[in-house]
Design a protein around this ligand. Structure first.
Ligand SMILES: Cc1cc2nc3c(=O)[nH]c(=O)nc-3n(C[C@H](O)[C@H](O)[C@H](O)COP(=O)(O)OP(=O)(O)OC[C@H]3O[C@@H](n4cnc5c(N)ncnc54)[C@H](O)[C@@H]3O)c2cc1C
Length: 455
């Protein structure tokens, strides 16, 4: 029995590692428990045959002060990699052809993505009344403010890219809280965006540019940098059967280590950063609170394919990537071009692509065999990018619990979490079941929880 732990952190993805990093930095004794043999969660960079490719996230957006600060903290141990202007070139598929997303007034008028009716209608957006239904879906909100074709050829593909989700199910208040707040606070997306741009910013806020990033050598180097700054004895991987029980003023956490031994530690605080699906056994002690909405949070299942070519003969791909509207009835959600965005990811003159499939609308895709998935990937690349060759790298990754969905059940889930935390002081339920799903959100939450526990 080890009685000296301040905080047990369960799950060593980006959230758990960020949290453990800051707790350790500010003198707390931490124990990070992870079921996988290595830390990092869904983030994992692979190196093969001259390609450096990601399983899990490929790019982040510098979208919070906490993400900026983390790169400052880890300077020397990992290096931020931006993307130059290439990342501003983004495509949407329409009638099986990639069309650029407009980035200004003229291109916004000329684009074939949206109907003339909606292009005219958008001038009235600043004068439309704000929504009054807090449980309105994203699709309803967008149709109300912008029009059907903006939903079909902007928001629907964007949601496929970020949430692998369905705008008819996501609730903006939870899924896109910044967008929701803009409408509520300023009455209009357009007016809000203009006003927000004019608001005074601190030096740190000025660095929150939403720039697309990776890390030199791949995102695993961010994970390695965090791990390097947490004492080795504070991390235990390959453990199973975690159980939490209230004990005195804190908690007893029991688990089985890699040698099959039953271990127990006492800690003042426990923070979970695992998905809802993993919480049922850990929280068996919770009494009188219905936690079904937490355990059953819906996750999009995603298949990702890393596809590499030593020589690329398809369409020029000096772009961030392309997204696919559901209306196009394709078998993929989108495609990213990490070989164009980042240095040394593929041989000179070659290409590295990341193709995403599945999501909430196509849960069947993950059930397909590797051979079926590979044939879908090659068919879609040849049909939309014109490259007919067999690739030199084709690797399939499957994620059963890729992205938590912030749908109508979110309110019930958050209420249940709040009740657990109120009834069991010192127990915090973090992770992607709340506070957002992107890497930046995860770092923000990890830092926020650390701040709560340090002070
Ligand atoms: C395919 C894919 C693509 C993505 N693309 C992007 C992107 O481009 N940009 C972006 O910003 N975000 C992206 N994301 C989201 C982003 O990767 C995640 O939000 C973030 O990495 C999740 O970190 P986390 O620590 O919250 O969770 P996870 O990484 O899921 O970590 C949770 C950890 O808990 C561990 N665990 C689970 N159960 C137990 C248990 N019973 N006992 C002990 N440990 C347990 C797991 O093994 C895991 O290590 C993507 C995610 C996926 C899956």
């Amino acid at each position: 029995m080890n009685n000296n732990i301040d905080v047990v952190v369960i799950g060593s993805g980006l959230t758990g590692l960020t949290l453990a990093y800051y707790l350790n930095k500010y003198g707390k004794k931490v124990l990070l428990l992870e079921k996988n043999p290595i830390v990092g969660g869904v983030i994992h960079t692979h190196h093969k045959d001259g390609f450096t490719f990601e399983g899990g996230p490929t790019t982040g957006a510098l979208g919070s002060e906490e993400m900026v600060e983390l790169f400052d903290e880890l300077k020397g141990d990992c290096e931020f990699e931006g993307t130059s202007n290439i990342a501003n070139e983004r495509w949407i598929l329409k009638n099986n052809k990639w069309k650029p997303i407009p980035d200004g007034l003229i291109s916004g008028i000329k684009t074939p993505l949206f109907s003339w009716k909606d292009k005219f209608r958008i001038w009235g957006e600043p004068f439309r009344k704000k929504g009054t239904n807090p449980n309105e879906t994203l699709a309803e909100m967008v149709k109300r403010r912008l029009g059907q074709t903006y939903l079909d050829y902007a928001i629907d593909p964007f949601i496929s890219g970020v949430y692998a989700g369905d705008p008819n199910l996501l609730i903006p208040r939870y899924a896109l809280p910044k967008l929701y707040r803009i409408e509520q606070d300023y009455g209009s997306f357009i007016r809000g965006a203009i006003k927000k741009r004019k608001e005074p910013k601190t030096e740190l806020q000025k660095r929150v540019t939403r720039e697309v990033f990776s890390v030199k050598g791949g995102l695993s180097n961010l994970i390695n940098a965090l791990e390097k700054n947490i004492p080795t004895e504070s991390i235990q991987c390959g453990i199973s059967d975690i159980k939490i029980n209230p004990e005195g003023n804190g908690y007893e956490v029991s688990y089985i280590n890699t040698s099959g031994e039953q271990c127990k530690v006492d800690a003042s605080k426990v923070v979970t950063t695992v998905g809802g699906y993993a919480l049922k056994e850990m929280l068996a002690f919770v009494d009188g609170i219905d936690l079904d909405a937490v355990f059953n949070v819906k996750y999009a299942k995603v298949v990702q394919a890393a596809v590499g070519y030593n020589k690329w003969d398809g369409l020029p791909i000096n772009a961030f990537g392309g997204l696919v509207p559901g209306k196009e009835k394709k078998d993929f959600l989108g495609i990213l071009f990490p070989g164009s965005l980042f240095q040394n990811r593929c041989p000179e003159g070659g290409a590295l692509l990341s193709v995403f499939m599945g999501g909430i609308k196509r849960p069947d895709i993950i059930e397909k065999s590797d051979e079926e998935l590979k044939s879908i990937v090659l068919r879609e690349i040849s049909s939309t990018l014109g490259e007919q060759k067999t690739p030199d790298l084709l690797h399939i990754f499957r994620y059963q619990h890729a992205i938590a969905q912030y749908d109508i059940s979110t309110e019930e889930r958050l209420e249940a979490i709040n009740r657990v935390e109120a009834n069991y002081p010192g127990l915090i339920l973090g992770g992607n079941i709340r506070d957002g799903i992107g890497m930046t959100d995860r770092v923000k939450q990890g830092k926020y929880i650390a701040d709560q526990l340090i002070n």
